[in-house]
Ligand binder design. Structure first.
Ligand code: NAP
Length: 490
């Protein structure tokens, strides 16, 4: 990959806020710098929105709402479909841009373009199916009509780890439902959303339907938007503590909310698992996105009779992973997002080792430039270790042995999170029992990756509220009206 290709791409990324169809600088002229985590170098300076800019973006979304919500569903669907086609044409641009601003490998970034694009295609298909129902009342005197309506202007907040997919997973169902939006990507990886907004313009999206604010003051800019009575929906993907704070703000206006929050996924390997498949699944569930996924397996709970063999095999694989800049050929593990992420991974491993865990490979940050961490395996992790409680968000695979099925279930469910679980067993009945016993919103049964635009993605407990994707996804942006009329025969 030459610097010229990177440079040309970066010059094509807008450096301004998109408000009401106009790209403009921040009202106070403020900017923020976006860095490549593999080198620490600034790759672009962009506008940093003020509180006033946030208000202007909401004004624009409110102004565009009446006409967009009345635009025929088929027209909205065609724009989303066109956006999908354009994204597929431009997939290399988006893959490279994500690799540059977030650090993931080009191969993974291409995977994210494919995954993120599917939300555009899926919701272009769902847009025309937001149907209601018509039914006689049970006593026969009335007719009940149930219709679906867009909730109104929405505020979408996305995290840095999947810069494209987290945006399309919210924008596509919102637009399909007839809602207008203000989207605020994370300060660390805002460029992909800006380039995607330009793509939406090329797909024919009218001004004001999608407004983009990038800012280094996310809290100060967001709160007035969330508390504005014109806003009707908040959709947030990010950490649980921030999600809780935003729910408190949203309560004042009784906003509809979708919360895709943190995870602490158990990956349970039973003694009857196919170990080849389990190791393959473990590598995907743990090291996808450099371990920085809400769905990343956090705790490997492995039956004591196969724990050593599983550890030996994964350690062999992990020790061979190639670490480097995501854009370089053959690299499998890019940098972590920043210094804090490296320190956190280091301290979680150190705590586990202090409490008796065995470090099998890795365990340390790698000297700069860039914020790299060695792919790591720790085994025999003791109950109570921080690594079992906190989201690792890094390439660290922690193994805990168990002896009975009840014990595995107890360990797996011993967390306030409930996003996803992974189970490896060749027993059908045991697999079915796990579906019923593990308290998570999603499960990979002999599968290490579950994400799919056609499926309802979301968590239980403190992992969130609502679902993104699937037939459920569009309903997060629709509200139901029930009308009673007399029977035409009365
Ligand atoms: P984060 O710190 O909670 O930030 C998420 C987003 O919220 C960013 O855009 C951030 O902007 C913004 N934000 C932070 N504080 C805010 C405030 N007070 N008011 C309004 N917005 C605020 O999370 P992150 O570190 O970016 O992402 C990692 C987390 O996301 C992990 O916990 C992961 O599990 C979770 N995640 C969940 C899912 C899911 O679907 N369940 C998917 C992906 C990630 P700034 O960064 O610019 O401040």
């Amino acid at each position: 990959m030459t610097m010229t290709v990177e440079h040309t791409l970066l010059t094509r990324v807008p450096d301004a806020l998109l408000i009401g169809g106009r790209w403009r600088p921040a009202s106070d002229g403020a900017t923020l710098a976006v860095r490549d985590p593999a080198t620490g170098a600034v790759i672009k300076e962009i506008a940093s929105a003020s509180v006033e800019d946030g208000g202007a973006a909401l004004d624009a979304a409110c102004e565009a709402f009446p006409s967009w919500s009345e635009t025929p569903a088929r027209v909205r669907a065609e724009i989303l479909r066109k956006a999908f086609d354009l994204l597929m044409e431009r997939k290399e641009d988006f893959a490279l841009l994500m690799s540059l601003e977030m650090g993931k490998t080009l191969a993974e970034a291409r995977g994210e373009v494919a995954y993120g694009g599917e939300f555009l295609r899926w919701f272009s298909e769902e847009a025309v199916r937001a149907v209601g129902r018509y039914a006689p009342s049970p006593e026969g005197h009335g007719r009940m009509i149930v219709t679906q309506h867009p909730v109104g202007p929405c505020y979408l907040i996305t995290p840095w780890n999947f810069p494209l997919a987290m945006a399309t997973r919210k924008i596509a169902p919102a637009l399909a439902a007839g809602c207008t939006v203000v989207i605020k990507p994370a300060e660390l990886t805002p460029l992909t959303t800006l380039l995607f907004a330009r793509l939406l313009e090329d797909a024919g999206l009218p001004p004001g339907v999608v407004n983009v604010i990038t800012t280094s003051h996310s809290g100060a800019v967001s709160e007035p938007i969330i508390r504005d009575p014109r806003l009707r929906k908040l959709s947030f993907t990010g950490s649980t503590p921030v999600g809780v704070r935003l729910l408190e703000q949203a309560a004042g206006g009784v906003l509809r909310t979708s919360m895709e929050l943190g995870g602490n996924a158990p990956f349970v390997v039973f003694e009857d698992a196919d170990l080849d498949k389990a190791v393959e699944g473990a590598m995907a569930a743990k090291f996808r996105n450099i371990g920085q996924a809400c769905t990343a397996a956090n705790r490997f709970i492995v039956h004591e009779s196969v724990a050593e063999e599983f550890a030996r095999r994964v350690t062999h694989r992990v020790a061979e992973l190639r670490v480097g800049r995501g854009t370089d050929e053959g690299v499998e593990i890019g940098p972590l997002i920043d210094d804090r992420a490296v320190s956190k991974a280091e301290s979680l491993v150190a705590d586990a080792v202090e409490r008796g865990a065995r470090l099998r490979t890795g365990g340390h940050g790698i000297d700069g430039p860039g914020t790299f961490f060695e792919p790591t395996v720790v085994t025999d992790v003791a109950a109570g270790s921080d690594i079992l409680r906190e989201e690792i968000f890094g390439p660290v695979l922690a193994i805990v042995p168990f002896s009975t099925e009840d014990e595995a279930v107890a360990i797996a469910n011993d967390t306030e999170y409930g996003l996803v679980s992974y189970v490896y067993t060749e027993s059908l009945s045991r697999g079915q029992r796990m579906i019923e016993r593990l308290a998570t919103g999603m499960m990979g049964l002999n599968m290490g990756v579950v994400s799919n635009a056609a499926a309802p993605f979301g968590g239980w407990k403190m992992s969130g509220l609502g679902r993104e994707g699937g037939a459920e996804g569009i309903h997060e942006y629709l509200q139901t009206k029930y009308t009673l009329t007399p029977s035409p025969f009365a």
